[in-house]
Structure formats: C-alpha cells, structure tokens
Design a binder for this molecule. Structure first.
Ligand code: PEP
Length: 264
C-alpha cells in the first residue's frame, strides 16, 4: 500500500484543512523540543508562525534516554498545545509514547508523531492508525529503509493513509554529530513511496549550527517539509538545548530557504 505500484501519483495529507505533500506548499513544522511553560510555548508559536511555519511541534510526553532527565509535562503539555492552537491557529504535532495515551494525545493534536524509539512498536502503530488522525512516522535509530517503509505499511494496512515519513538521522560510528542524517533516504523514500517525506535536521545532527545547511540539503533532496526545533533561549532548554535554534536563527533559516523553494 505504501509503494508507488499501488498508488498513482503522490499523496497529499490533509491536516485539519492544511495540505502537506503533493500539490501543497512546502511545510514548515517548528517549535520547542519540549513544552516547558505557557510563556515558552506561546512565544515560540507566535515567532515560528510569523516566520512562516504552519504547524507547531512540541513534546508533552518525552522519550528521554535517562529516567532522571525532564520527562515532559504530560497532560499539562497537551493542554498548552491546544491553547497555542487556539491563540495562533497553527496546527499541532506532538509525540505519542504509549498505547495508553493514544486517545488523550489524539484529542489535543492534529498529527500524531511516532518517535524513532517507537517506530517498530507495531501495537502502538495500529492504535494510532485507528484514530484516523494524520501520522508522522519517524525513522528508527538503527532502522533500514525497508523496515521504515514496512512500519508505514502497518498504518495503511490498518486503514489510515494519512501518513508522512520523517527522516531524523540514524546511529552510525560518527561522533561529530548526534546522529547521521541520511539524505539519500529522503530521495529513496520519495522514489519508493507516494507518501510525503519530512526531514528533522535537529535530531538528525544534534547541532544548532548545522540545522540551516541540512534544511537546504533536505529541500534539494525533494523533502515535502521540515520539522525543526526552536526555543526562545536554547541554552536554558529543559531538553536538547544544543540542537534548538532561537527565533532569529529560525527566521534566518526560513529566509535562506525561500530562493530554493521558489526554484523547486
Ligand atoms: C522529538 O522529535 O522530540 C524526538 C524525540 O524525536 P526522535 O523520535 O526522532 O528522537
């Protein structure tokens, strides 16, 4: 169902009235790694909207490597995301970590994000598919492209075709970057599948100083959109401050992309 043989043309995903993918404007999803407070989220929502984003990202349930790190605000974070949508009109994307939270998260978000650590949690995939909500499926930490495509196949096989892939870097021997962003995978996913492909350069390299260049590379590889971490004060962020750009950085990044997007 995911392959091009089973579908003619490219798929457009409808996100609560906003189109993503084929015949739609390039999609910018941006916002903090974690929802931390009302002030942090609303100020970021306003800043990313002013710069051109149409979808606000923000983690309420966070998959942290250490149990002693900030785990997210949970239900309170979801409430703040709904508030941000009401205040700004931005659509919302947030991660669902557990089958137990699917209904609660779905009632506060326009896109369910399935994170890298859960990309082969098939029971979670099935429960997310059943909601009928658009789903962004991240590539797993060490996942082969074929396995990633098959993860999406689970979603379509369970009746949900509003699926977007998200390349977010894979684990390699390299240590200069947090992960190795696999831009070839973007071109391959576009070639093999009719579904939209989004790139997350923030997780992809783990370095704010490289995000802008990786965004340009993603556009050149045919991505349909970007998922970018933005924080008002990255140095004070409760999670992943090193990979978040500030408001000025985000504005500059969008400005840099304009000529490329116009040329596509
Ligand atoms: C995130 O986007 O907040 C996140 C945790 O991403 P990933 O699942 O790609 O690590």
């Amino acid at each position: 169902l995911v392959s091009r043989e089973s579908h003619s043309g490219d798929t457009t995903v409808d996100v609560d009235g906003l189109k993503v993918g084929a015949n739609a404007p390039f999609c910018l999803m941006a916002g903090p790694c974690s929802v931390e407070s009302e002030e942090q989220l609303i100020s970021t929502a306003r800043a990313v909207k002013a710069a051109g984003a149409t979808i606000l990202r923000g983690g309420a349930f966070k998959p942290r490597t250490s149990p002693y790190e900030f785990q997210g605000l949970g239900s309170e974070g979801l409430r703040l995301l709904s508030l941000a949508k009401k205040e700004t009109g931005l659509k919302i994307i947030t991660e669902v970590l557990s089958e137990r939270h699917v209904d609660e998260v779905a009632s506060h978000t326009d896109i369910l994000q399935i994170g890298a650590r859960n990309s082969q949690n098939f029971q979670l995939l099935i429960e997310c598919a059943k909601t009928g909500k658009p789903i962004l499926l991240k590539r797993g930490l060490s996942q082969k492209i074929e396995e990633w495509l098959l993860g999406a196949e689970y979603l379509l096989a369970h009746g949900n075709n509003k699926v977007m892939f998200c390349e977010r870097g894979i684990r390699t021997f390299e240590t200069y970057t947090r992960n190795t962003l696999d831009l070839a995978a973007v071109a391959i996913a576009k070639k093999e599948s009719h579904l939209p492909v989004i790139v997350d350069p923030s997780q992809g390299c783990g370095r704010a100083d490289l995000v802008r260049m990786l965004c340009k590379g993603s556009v050149a590889m045919g991505a349909d959109g970007l998922l970018i971490e933005v924080h008002p004060h990255p140095a004070e962020a409760l999670s992943d401050g090193q990979q978040q750009v500030d408001f000025v950085g985000f504005q500059q990044l969008v400005k840099d992309l304009q000529p490329l997007l116009g040329a596509m």
